[in-house]
Design a protein around this ligand. Structure first.
Ligand code: GDP
Ligand code: MG
Length: 826
């Protein structure tokens, strides 16, 4: 049997060869096999000059070009070799069929590398597997050796290398570097990660590095006998499914499990194991952001990605790995990559006040903790450390919930109590500003635009900024301490019931603050189904922009049980989210879900600076929305209500006012009062005939069955831009007469509203029933432009449109049901 390997890059122009194996990792392999480079296929070299790059090939009737570096990763067999293998004594012309068979024959070599901590049993396993009947050789290393053996099994030839034991695959010791170079350069087909089952946490650290490298791995859960002797339970199958790596328990000492291990190796080599998949360890928002920025630069030199995953390179650079940096030196954009990485590191270290390497290591242990927490149970817990004690309470399957709900309650309570102070200050500030602007500017459209449109509109929204920042502060605090991960953990089982994962919980909680960052936060979910499902139900989480509407209406209309009414609205939102998730799970995402790891980062005491910074990142998105969408929308709504200026009034108000002024029988107070009433009537007729009024009338038929009048219709339309605008629109619509300095509150105005037309003429508009329906409509319908834009960006147009239609449809149905059923009952 020949052991020399020929690579596609070595075949000269005009030569032909048959593909036996494609080396390299995930993305590269996928692309190259999609091009047709699969085992047994014939390739002809069209042009291969020594210095030419790329090289041209013909495969399956197509001409393709591969970079030389890519061709170096395709193992082939030439005609000559095929003859040697299959029939050395064959004289005639070898036909294609024979060639193909030889190719398959040659592809039946599986290169295996044993990787693991010192003393986990690699050598024992190696000896047991290879036995004495095969060659045991030595690799020449300067300071380290690796043994190689071959063995035949199930028609395959296994070439096994026993690598030196290491705790990690970095560059701190010659052993580590040796293991790494072996994996990167020799590119074994499968790595057998030997793990000491009696010391899982430490052994799995190496596994996380293999995961980062994006290589095929099978775990040999060695010393399984020792695990069985301890009073613990380890669901290694569930663990394997979660991390996408098959786990086979072995006892190398007596050879137990080794057959199963090799069966699994064949299965994985032939891509038959459905559970094998490449996962990404989630390193947390900041590091993921850093990785992405470095990856973007790496992708500019596609060659870098042939042999290693760009994510791995990015991570290594963040760990300030010199070897990786040196490997990149030969690429054109080396300096750029280096500087992007350096900037990212500076930013990270400033943020965490810790070395970037430590941050990554912590995240890896968080991943291990999370994976073990779900699969590893100590049946007779021995003395726990104090940190563990604390953790055991917070994640207790019973006590965890009340503690969590207490924190939630505390967060919302604090948000609104603390928020009310700055709210008053801002309110006073906005009033002072608009008073000042009014006083220095002459009457006219420009003044109206500034005072009513811009200051009124944006000011009405900026008032809620403290609330939102405080809410974000608490959310960031929970994330930074590591509690949020625990909360997701205990919510996991409940979330599974609606087809979601505990990880979806964080975005959903954030949704109570603002749906936009919440939708962005779905990025932490690893699979698309979870992401989309979470995005679609997030708008049902009543964001803080909707709160002012509830507060206004509840305080105006509901005299009793105000808290209960408010709570019921939030609850109905959550219920709708659950129902939606259940339906979507049945209809759109019925596929069986893959389990994955929920990282449990270490508990940390966050600094005020960090948490404030994180709050700020989240708040920024909200501020941006305020500066753009809300500003434009406020001006637009104002303009639609302001124009046209010239309209046909139903009666000559000015003449009637003049008549009153001329009436000798009235006192001056009576005159003022009557004129005021006429002025209000005039202004409200003008508004009704303005563009926005016309729009409100146009949708009146749709709103009537819900008990809403045209002004409510207008408020709903204006809320499409942002829900904060609903209240500012209402204040513009109902307070149009405040020019007369009447200090009546908006609440009272609402109470006084009567229907002017239709069957309910003269009746109150804002009955409790209608108000409740209106609040629900505001809760449920079209979230806001910014949310739809976020969904479009994170998912696609389809889901954005679906969200628009679905939410608005449900809003109408719910409000309809409330009004119609309520009217019947009441
Ligand atoms: P290496 O450093 O990873 O090559 O580990 P070795 O193969 O040298 O094994 C270290 C020790 O663990 C030896 O004393 C082995 O006998 C022992 N050992 C190996 N496999 C097992 C096993 O499955 N169960 C138990 N109990 N001991 C084992
Ligand atoms: Mg050894």
């Amino acid at each position: 049997m020949t052991t020399k390997t020929t690579y596609l890059s070595e075949i000269q122009t005009g030569g032909e060869a048959i593909v036996t194996k494609v080396l390299g990792h995930g993305a590269f392999r996928k692309r190259i096999t999609e091009m047709g480079f699969v085992k047994g296929k014939k390739v002809r070299v069209i042009k291969n000059a020594p210095l030419q790059d790329p090289v041209e090939y013909e495969i399956m009737g197509y001409n393709v070009s591969l970079r030389r570096s890519e061709a170096e990763l395709v193992e082939v067999i030439t005609e000559e070799e095929a003859i040697n293998i299959s029939c050395a004594d064959f004289q005639g012309v070898i036909d294609e069929e024979t060639l193909k068979i030889s190719a398959i024959e040659k592809g039946k070599v599986i290169n295996i590398a044993l990787v693991g901590n010192p003393n986990c049993g690699k050598t024992t396993l190696f000896n047991h597997a290879s036995g004495s009947h095969e060659r045991v050789g030595n690799y020449g290393g300067v300071t380290v050796d690796a043994k190689e053996a071959t063995l035949k099994k199930d028609g395959y030839l296994f070439r096994i290398v026993d690598l030196p034991g290491t705790y990690s695959i970095t560059e701190y010791s010659p052993e580590e570097l040796f293991v790494r170079t072996h994996i990167m350069d020799k590119m074994p087909d499968i790595i057998v990660n030997v793990i000491d089952a009696s010391n899982l946490e430490r052994n799995l650290f190496l596994t996380t590095q293999l995961i980062d490298m994006n290589v095929k791995v099978v775990i040999a859960l060695n010393m399984y006998d020792e695990l069985e002797n301890k009073s613990v339970r380890f669901d290694y199958n569930a663990f394997g499914e979660m991390v996408g790596i098959p786990v086979i328990p072995t006892v190398a000492k007596n050879g137990k499990g080794i057959n199963e291990l090799f069966d699994k190796l064949v299965e994985v080599y032939e891509d038959r194991d459905p559970n094998v998949r490449h996962i990404h360890i989630n390193y947390g928002e900041m590091i993921e952001k850093a990785i992405r920025s470095i990856q973007t630069e790496i992708w500019k030199s596609p060659k870098i990605r042939d042999k290693v995953s760009s994510r791995y390179v990015a991570l290594k650079l963040l760990e300030t790995d010199k070897t990786t940096l040196n490997l990149l030196r030969k690429f054109d954009n080396f300096e750029q990559i280096k500087s992007v990485a350096e900037q990212a590191i500076v930013k990270l270290e400033k943020e965490y006040a810790e070395k970037s390497e430590t941050i990554i290591t912590d995240a890896k242990y968080g991943f291990i903790d999370g994976a073990l927490k779900e699969t590893y149970t100590v049946l007779k817990p021995d003395k726990l450390k104090s940190k563990r004690d604390f953790d055991a309470i917070l994640t207790h399957r019973f006590w965890g919930f009340p503690i969590f709900f207490f924190f939630m309650w505390f967060m919302f309570q604090a948000t609104f109590t603390l928020g009310s102070f700055p709210m008053d200050w801002i309110d006073a500030g906005v009033n002072a500003l608009s008073g000042w602007v009014s006083s220095i500017m002459p009457y006219g459209p420009l003044r109206d635009l500034l005072v009513d449109g811009i200051i009124g509109g944006v000011g009405g929204v900026i008032i809620f900024l403290p609330n939102i920042l405080i809410l974000f502060f608490f959310i960031s605090l929970m994330e930074d301490t590591g509690y949020m991960a625990r909360a997701s953990f205990i919510m996991d089982k409940l979330m599974h019931k609606i087809g979601l994962h505990g990880k979806s919980f964080i975005p959903l909680v954030m949704g109570f603050g603002c749906n936009v960052p919440a939708i962005m936060a779905t990025r932490t979910l690893d699979n698309r189904k979870d992401r989309i499902l979470t995005m679609v139900i997030t708008p049902f989480m009543s964001c803080s922009a909707r709160l002012p509407v509830y507060v206004l209406l509840i305080s105006a209309v509901f005299l009793q049980n105000q808290g209960l009414v408010l709570f019921s609205i939030y609850l109905i939102g959550i219920l709708l989210a659950i129902i939606t998730a259940l339906i979507l799970k049945k209809v759109a995402f019925s596929k069986k879900e893959v389990p994955f790891v929920m990282e449990l980062p270490p508990y940390r005491i966050p600094t005020l600076r960090n948490t404030t910074l994180h709050m700020w990142y989240k708040g920024q998105q909200y501020l941006r929305k305020m500066g753009s969408v809300i500003l434009i929308a406020s001006v637009l709504i104002w303009a639609l209500g302001y124009f046209p200026r010239e309209i046909d009034y139903s009666t000559d108000y000015d003449a009637r006012m003049a008549l009153i002024e001329a009436d000798m029988q009235l006192t001056s107070e009576q005159k003022a009062e009557n004129v005021n009433i006429l002025q209000i009537d005039k202004e409200s007729e003008r508004q009704e005939k303005s563009y926005i009024g016309q729009m409100g009338h146009a949708i009146e038929p749709v709103m009537q069955p819900l008990g809403f009048d045209w002004k409510m219709g207008v408020s709903i339309i204006s809320g499409l831009a942002a829900k904060e605008i609903v209240v500012s629109t209402m204040s513009v619509l109902y307070q149009a007469d405040t020019q007369n300095e009447s200090s009546e509150s908006l609440q009272n105005k609402l109470k006084e509203q009567k229907h002017h037309r239709g069957s309910r003429i003269g009746e109150q508009v804002y009955t409790p029933l209608v108000s409740f329906g209106f609040m629900l409509f505001i809760l449920i319908y079209f979230p806001c432009v910014a949310v739809i834009a976020a969904i479009k960006k994170e998912a696609n147009w389809g889901w954005a449109v679906f969200t628009m239609v679905y939410t608005t449809g449900i809003a109408w149905l719910v409000a309809f049901a409330v009004y119609q059923i309520g009217s019947l009952v009441g």
